[in-house]
Design a protein around this ligand. Structure first.
Ligand code: SAH
Ligand code: SF4
Ligand code: F3S
Length: 461
């Protein structure tokens, strides 16, 4: 008989798929488990509890979960043969979308719970321990899960690095016709400003210097301010920028429809707000944008970019693209290439359209063949990669402030982020680890910059 989990000294392995909100949620799950005697491990082999925090955005993302569960089945049996018990949980957007189906397809799973239920993890574990196998908890409860989630200890926060995510908004009411997020994360919800501020202060006190405000639709933020009024994101950013220790602020992901004047102004006026904006456009064809229910045109997006660039000259722009949306013609696709040429992105993500069950576009008749999608993706990526390289190369010779928060592959190397979110590799002593230092860019490559530390900060951007 496998023994019960020991009350302390237990290990949890959390594997995170998908977007940054899942990264944030995984950290919160780990924080819930700490007082229960769990510490984190980086491999499933020595874990008493394995949690897959899953993503449902494209078919591939969802299928990865099932192949991982196949491996975990073998592992669970091997550990059981040694008298060790392993509990397996599936969290995140696949859990929310597929619920019971997961238990049916993968009986190895002990519990399934959606993104709004993480604070109840101890309860689910106790139930699973009692043998009520197959706990499924995917209702959207009304309470604020954030209130119920504990804050990480200072030491743990610091161990996670000098840059941290902070979820300010969840869910989406936009219903783009290709997207599962409104179904997996539910309706839009903004956290109250005071709670966000308290979390930001706690992070700053623990040594965090850069915060990225997260939301599936972050610029739709409208959390209640201390004055009782709803605050837009621009106002929240100005407020958080005043916190001692918070030197850099970013936010992601935005929708073009919600880029209001206050937010655009903040880009010009708040030095802590980094000169980088991820603003997904998806397509450059108005016909396709309409079919996607994006609620903007190529032209309105381009005008928006002009206003943002006027407010903050030199801002680096990023986007998401989908190629091969149902009914996309060669002319539609070329309109996307035209838009890319006109904007000139510093970096971008691009995907082949993946029909998702339950979304309107998945039911469209005119689905494109795989070869067409692949060929268009290649052409788009060639253009985007070229633009990224040009942008990185244009940084050569510039002095930028870099937050050195990771160790490089080679001895004596530290890696950090530039204001434009580029990875910068420098030879630097351990003493500057975690600091924001001026770095001269020596070389701009396809995916990163090489630089050297410089003595004077005066000229740094
Ligand atoms: N909240 C984000 C979206 C998160 S999903 C936003 O509104 O931008 C990230 C990206 O995945 C989307 O921007 C889109 O480009 C892509 N995506 C979403 N659904 C997809 C699908 N069905 N097929 C291919 N790509 C998809
Ligand atoms: Fe999905 Fe559109 Fe909402 Fe982004 S805005 S999460 S793409 S539905
Ligand atoms: Fe994926 Fe859910 Fe994020 S579907 S992209 S993990 S919101």
């Amino acid at each position: 008989m496998p023994q019960d989990l020991a009350p302390s000294g237990r290990k949890v392995f959390i594997k995170t798929y998908g977007c940054q909100m899942n990264v944030y949620d995984s950290e919160r799950m780990s924080d819930v488990l700490t007082p229960m005697g769990f510490s984190e491990t980086q491999t499933a082999e020595d874990a008493d509890l394995v949690i897959l925090n899953t993503c449902h955005i494209r078919e591939k993302a969802a299928e990865k979960v099932y192949s991982e569960l196949g491996r975990l089945r073998v592992l669970k049996e091997e550990r059981a043969a040694k008298g060790l018990k392993t509990m397996i949980g599936v969290a995140g957007c696949v859990a929310q979308a597929e619920g019971e189906e997961i238990i049916r397809r993968a009986p190895v799973v002990d519990m399934v719970f959606g993104p709004q239920a993480y604070h109840r993890l101890p309860e689910f574990m106790a139930e699973a321990q009692r043998g009520t196998r197959g706990q499924v908890e995917t209702d959207f409860p009304v309470e604020d899960k954030f209130d119920a989630l504990p804050a990480a200890e200072r030491k743990k926060t610091l161990a996670r690095g000098r840059a941290a995510f902070l979820t300010v908004q969840e869910g989406c009411d936009k219903f783009c016709t290709f997207c599962v997020v409104p179904y997996t994360r539910g309706a839009e919800f903004s956290r109250p400003v005071q709670r966000i501020e308290a979390e930001a202060r706690r992070l700053a006190e623990a040594g965090v210097r850069e915060i990225t405000l997260l939301g599936q639709n972050v610029n739709a933020f409208h959390g209640q301010g201390p004055d009782g009024a709803d605050w837009p994101l621009g106002k929240l950013i100005r407020h958080l920028a005043k916190i001692d220790g918070i030197e850099r602020i970013r936010y992601t992901t935005s929708h073009p429809r919600d880029m209001d004047a206050a937010l655009i102004e903040a880009h010009g006026e708040v030095p802590e707000l980094m000169p980088y904006l991820h603003l997904p456009v998806q397509s450059g064809s108005d016909r396709i944008l309409e079919a996607m229910n994006r609620q903007h045109t190529a032209e309105s997006y381009l005008r928006l970019i002009e206003r943002i660039r006027a407010a903050r000259p030199g801002i680096a722009l990023s986007s998401d693209f989908i190629v091969g949306f149902p009914g996309e013609t060669e002319a539609d696709f070329e309109a996307t290439l035209d838009l890319v040429r006109e904007v000139n992105y510093a970096q971008a993500y691009s995907f082949k359209y993946s029909p998702r069950p339950g979304t309107p576009a998945a039911g469209e008749e005119e689905q494109l063949p795989e070869e067409v999608k692949s060929e268009r993706l290649q052409r788009l990526q060639a253009l985007l990669n070229e633009q990224q390289l040009v942008f990185n190369a244009s940084c050569e010779g510039r002095i930028m402030k870099v937050l050195l928060d990771r160790r490089g592959r080679r001895q004596g190397q530290l890696v950090g982020r530039s204001p434009y979110l580029q990875s910068v590799v420098v030879s630097a002593p351990e003493s500057v680890f975690g600091a924001i230092v001026p770095v001269k860019v020596l070389r701009g490559g396809a995916n990163s910059l090489d630089g050297e530390l410089v003595e004077t900060a005066a000229a740094a951007e």
